[in-house]
Design a protein around this ligand. Structure first.
Ligand code: SF4
Length: 340
């Protein structure tokens, strides 16, 4: 059975990653005239996001598609530049590193991609795919041993059977395990897994989650696990960060949030998963689609869909506020700072 790590609050492990006030705004293209007149508008894909991850911990970023989860992953990996904010990795700000230092640190931050079909080169054998990050980073000393060890960790056994196969000769689950081996071959400190099970059959998903949980425990891996699936987040995450329209709206330990979700959006997500619902039954209370990030509603961005919205929610933007027990919520109903 998959179990969450227990992180002691009295004697917590060292901090591996701290993200502070992270913003990613994309410019909307309105043409030259608007640009000259200074009428540039922005799509706020990620706005004022802050979170931290301790060594050995897994933080699950949860939210509907388009809420900014993958944009955060891309910024952490250096695939997108942050508009503003700090990303402290072992105390060093990745946004301010010179390229050479960023490349060094980046070797210890690896990614497991969502799409095992698209993330592998169809012309490369399993061996070549797993060896590629070593080649790219000039870390080819003991290359063969490293590749074999990574494939073993990813449970592609017996390893010899897979070494010279091409992606089209593998099942979806086997391809995703090659993706896992490709991340592990670099002996990472920190792994970002972006919806790693969403393209797999349900029967294969559980096996992959079990493998990742095993690796996490045995290798003390620290993970940022991105998912839209709250059931997966619940079994996999030590802590949850619930995202809505580019912002984190609730964050805390999985157990505490599961037992008492406070933000109306979190409650809505839990309500559609019957076995996670505090009352043991589910009912859909979330109506409508997530708005376009280029037209974020005024006030609390969730107010047009919020079943508990008040009139003042149309004008007040609730900040993510510490409410005790290492838990943060962004809602006026929970806020200690916004008067009733
Ligand atoms: Fe709902 Fe208002 Fe809370 Fe936003 S601030 S989640 S609209 S109650």
């Amino acid at each position: 059975m998959i179990m969450n790590n227990i992180i002691s609050l009295e004697n917590p492990p060292e901090m591996l990653l701290e993200v502070k006030n992270l913003k990613k705004y994309f410019e909307k293209n309105h043409g030259l005239i608007d640009t000259l007149l200074g009428k540039t508008e922005y799509v706020k894909a990620v706005d004022q996001v802050r979170f931290s991850i301790r060594k050995g911990e897994t933080l699950c970023l949860v939210g509907e598609s388009g809420c900014g989860k993958t944009t955060i992953a891309k910024i952490l990996l250096g695939l997108l530049q942050a508009t503003e904010g700090e990303i402290l990795y072992k105390g060093e700000d990745l946004t301010k590193c010179v390229p050479k230092r960023f490349k060094e640190l980046r070797t210890k931050i690896q990614m497991i991609f969502q799409d095992p079909y698209a993330s592998l080169d169809p012309r490369a054998t399993v061996y070549d795919s797993v060896a590629e990050p070593l080649e790219v980073n000039g870390l080819t000393h003991n290359k063969h041993e490293k590749v074999m060890a990574a494939l073993e960790l990813a449970k592609l056994l017996p390893v010899e059977k897979y070494l010279y196969k091409y992606p089209h000769q593998l099942s979806g689950g086997e391809r995703q395990r090659v993706g896992v081996a490709t991340a592990l071959v670099m002996n990472p400190d920190f792994v970002i897994a972006d919806e790693p099970t969403s393209m797999l059959d349900v029967s294969v998903q559980a096996n992959l989650l079990s493998l990742l949980q095993d690796l996490k425990r045995k290798n003390n891996l620290t993970m940022l696990f991105i998912t839209h699936n709250l059931s997966v987040a619940y079994v996999f995450g030590d802590r949850l960060a619930i995202m809505y329209l580019g912002r984190i709206v609730e964050m805390g330990t999985t157990e505490i949030i599961k037992n008492e979700p406070l933000h109306p959006y979190t409650k809505a997500l839990f309500s559609v998963v019957p076995r996670l619902h505090p009352d043991g039954h589910g009912k859909t209370i979330l109506e409508g689609d997530i708005p376009d990030a280029s037209h974020i509603p005024s006030g609390c961005p969730f107010h047009p869909r919020c079943p508990e919205a008040q009139e003042r929610c149309q004008t007040i933007v609730p900040e993510l506020e510490e409410i005790g027990n290492e838990r943060q919520v962004a809602c006026i109903l929970v806020s200690k700072m916004i008067p009733v």
